[in-house]
Design a protein around this ligand. Structure first.
Ligand SMILES: NC(=O)c1ccc[n+]([C@@H]2O[C@H](COP(=O)([O-])OP(=O)(O)OC[C@H]3O[C@@H](n4cnc5c(N)ncnc54)[C@H](O)[C@@H]3O)[C@@H](O)[C@H]2O)c1
Length: 190
């Protein structure tokens, strides 16, 4: 799956799913802009990304601020001359179904991923104690038929597929990657 000459913005790239996704794209020759509010974490991701492709633009930004969003797009287009793919892992934006249909007219595809329990820092930032986090992780495994917490790199693989030409007919879809957790819950309601 090559992303040669493709320009990709990845938000939330400092940690977890965003970091795994940011690291995956330069391995397929993509030029990337990575965004996070946490500069220290963003720097760590950038170092890893640069080992595969030097085209890494790093922007510390708060995605709740309109002026930061404008700066991200302006700086990306100024550096690379275009923008092909936007991956939002910071969980800030949503696009309504009607907008997805309108965007399809312009050749833009919009898809989402709904993850189950993924091994990231999300638990650490939750304010829970180490003990509570471990209990939560055990519960997550028990609730998941496939019996394992998901690695962020697994989510990144699906993001790459959805962003690629191989998924050229996929838009308006949501991909559930939860190890069967939802299914187990539905079956238990019967
Ligand atoms: N990890 C899971 O189990 C799980 C499950 C379901 C959904 N999700 C969703 O997936 C997304 C990514 O989750 P994760 O586990 O990788 O989280 P994470 O906490 O590991 O990473 C999120 C990153 O987004 C950055 N961020 C947060 N607010 C920001 C802002 N306003 N501006 C810029 N950057 C900001 C954080 O600094 C962090 O680096 C989130 O939307 C989360 O709700 C995660």
């Amino acid at each position: 799956m090559s992303f040669y000459n493709k320009v990709v913005i990845i938000t939330g790239a400092g940690s977890g799913i965003g970091a795994a996704t940011a690291i995956a794209f330069p391995k397929q020759a993509a030029k990337i802009t990575i965004i996070d509010i946490n500069e220290q974490d963003l720097n760590k991701t950038a170092e890893v990304c640069k080992t595969n492709n030097k085209d890494v633009l790093k922007i510390v930004a708060d995605l709740t601020r309109d002026e930061d969003i404008k700066r991200i797009v302006d700086d990306t287009v100024a550096k690379y001359g275009k923008l092909d793919i936007l991956i939002n892992c910071a969980g800030i934006f949503t696009i309504a179904s009607i907008e997805t249909i309108e965007l399809a007219d312009k050749g833009v595809r919009v898809n989402s991923i709904s993850p189950g329990p993924v091994k990231t820092n999300i638990y650490q930032y939750s304010g829970l104690s180490e003990k509570e986090i471990n209990v939560l992780k055990d519960i997550s495994v028990d609730c998941t038929p496939l019996g394992a917490v998901i690695e962020p790199e697994e989510i990144a693989e699906v993001v790459l597929f959805l962003s690629s030409e191989k998924a050229k007919s996929i838009t308006g879809s949501d991909y559930l990657i939860d190890g069967g957790m939802l299914l187990k819950g539905l079956v238990s309601l019967r």
